[in-house]
Ligand binder design. Structure first.
Ligand SMILES: Nc1ncnc2c1ncn2[C@@H]1O[C@H](COP(=O)(O)OP(=O)(O)OP(=O)(O)O)[C@@H](O)[C@H]1O
Ligand SMILES: [Mg+2]
Length: 376
């Protein structure tokens, strides 16, 4: 049924919110709702529980009654028709403060909420240009952007599954987040370690839910961090219980994505050599993230220092030289933050070379710590 059939009550509700904002507000690409029940309770409605049998039918119904409403994360939408005043909380809106329209995907968050604990949907204000170096991976992201803006055009030539690999702290997660942000599309960020469940079948179910959610809110990006934790080479899988079942589920979904437009999977790892061959072969492109060279370190230092709350007394060129071998994260956390905190602790207005020297010394001694992963 078309929106002419709207009850006057729901019409009033929508108009009240929209009035002043309609002309300037973007249409929502997707919203994720959580059913929260009634704002009050009395004995007839002790435990309101919503069960949706046909998700796409519910989406039509919801879109029709909330069309024109501003979707603001954290605010509530109320059913005005069948279950008057039944509430839904807006968990996510893409973009935030956008208007629900004809093309908005409306997704109800999983009832048992399991996936939500592990699947972080990221909103950030990062830009691809903020990622320094890693030019090849950035170029690929530009292709992915073109594709997600207009998935129809690419047909069978669409980018699908991409691998970012390289040492910790070199910008893999940063680039995935900035890609999703530039496009204003949802980024489903999941750490592969959280996909290994307590019971056989848990992991496969979680992977399926993850891809289902991403497909529902397309265009979207799935980012599987630390994929080596589940995509281990078969020789290691027997050591890790139900991992091979999780690997199979992942392979099925990665293949399935071929038929579904507007979803790209990016996986990241520090240990590509330990990945299962079947998984490796699903990636059309692999990008190595490298430890920054001197020029890149200089650019990073300039970017990071700009926001520091104390003046840096040492030349940036000098800092770029002494930070050889550090990743972007090391420069930020181990060099700049550590030196800043030292200066703050000493009540100094400026950060001096002595503070940086101490930070470098700490960094060098921490390099001999044990490896991050069980198999590295
Ligand atoms: N190439 C870069 N350009 C700008 N900042 C960077 C870069 N690399 C790292 N950083 C800084 O270091 C932080 C950590 O980087 P990020 O989380 O992307 O590393 P990662 O490659 O995903 O590491 P890991 O393998 O441990 O997950 C970033 O938030 C950013 O502040
Ligand atoms: Mg990361």
């Amino acid at each position: 049924m078309k929106s002419d059939n709207k009850s006057s009550k729901s019409q009033k509700y929508s108009n009240k919110i929209v009035n002043n904002e309609k002309s300037t507000t973007k249409e929502s690409k997707a919203i994720v709702l959580q059913s929260v029940g009634y704002p009050f309770s009395f004995h007839l409605m002790e435990s309101p529980k919503l069960e949706i049998f046909d998700k796409s039918l519910f989406e039509h119904y919801a879109r029709e009654q909330w069309m024109g409403t501003i979707a603001k994360e954290g605010s509530y939408l109320f059913d005005q028709k069948i279950l008057p005043d039944f509430g839904f909380k807006i968990l996510k809106a893409y973009p935030n403060n956008s208007m629900i329209g004809e093309a908005t995907s409306i997704v109800i968050a999983n009832e048992n909420e399991k996936i939500n604990q592990e699947m972080e949907v990221i909103n950030s204000d990062l830009r691809i240009k903020d990622v320094i170096g890693q030019e090849e991976a950035k170029n690929k992201c530009k292709i992915i952007m073109k594709y997600l803006k207009d998935p129809e055009k690419f047909g069978q030539w669409a980018p699908r599954n991409v691998l970012f690999y390289g040492p910790p702290g070199t910008g893999k997660t940063l680039l995935a987040k900035s890609l999703a942000n530039e496009l204003e599309v949802p980024l489903y960020l999941v750490k592969a370690t959280t996909l290994i469940g307590d019971h056989v079948g848990d992991g496969a179910g979680k992977i399926h839910e993850l891809f289902e959610a991403a497909l529902k809110t397309f265009p979207s990006v799935i980012f599987i961090d630390e994929i080596d934790a589940i995509g281990l080479h078969r020789q290691f899988q027997s050591l890790r219980g139900d991992v091979s079942e999780v690997v199979n589920a992942l392979l099925t979904e990665m293949d399935g994505i071929r038929d579904n437009k507007g979803v790209v999977t990016i996986a990241a790892t520090n240990n590509p050599q330990q990945l299962d061959y079947a998984i490796m072969s699903r990636f059309e492109d692999e990008f190595e993230f490298k430890i920054p060279d001197e020029k890149e370190r200089l650019d990073m230092l300039n970017q990071f220092i700009e926001t520091m709350p104390r003046k840096v007394k040492v030349s940036v060129e000098e800092l770029a030289k002494i930070s050889e071998g550090m990743s972007g994260r090391d420069i930020k956390e181990k060099l700049l933050k550590s030196a800043l905190h030292k200066a703050l602790y000493e009540d100094k207005e400026e950060i001096s070379m002595a503070h940086f020297n101490q930070a470098i010394k700490n960094f060098n001694s921490s390099k001999n710590k044990p490896p991050k992963y069980m198999f590295s």
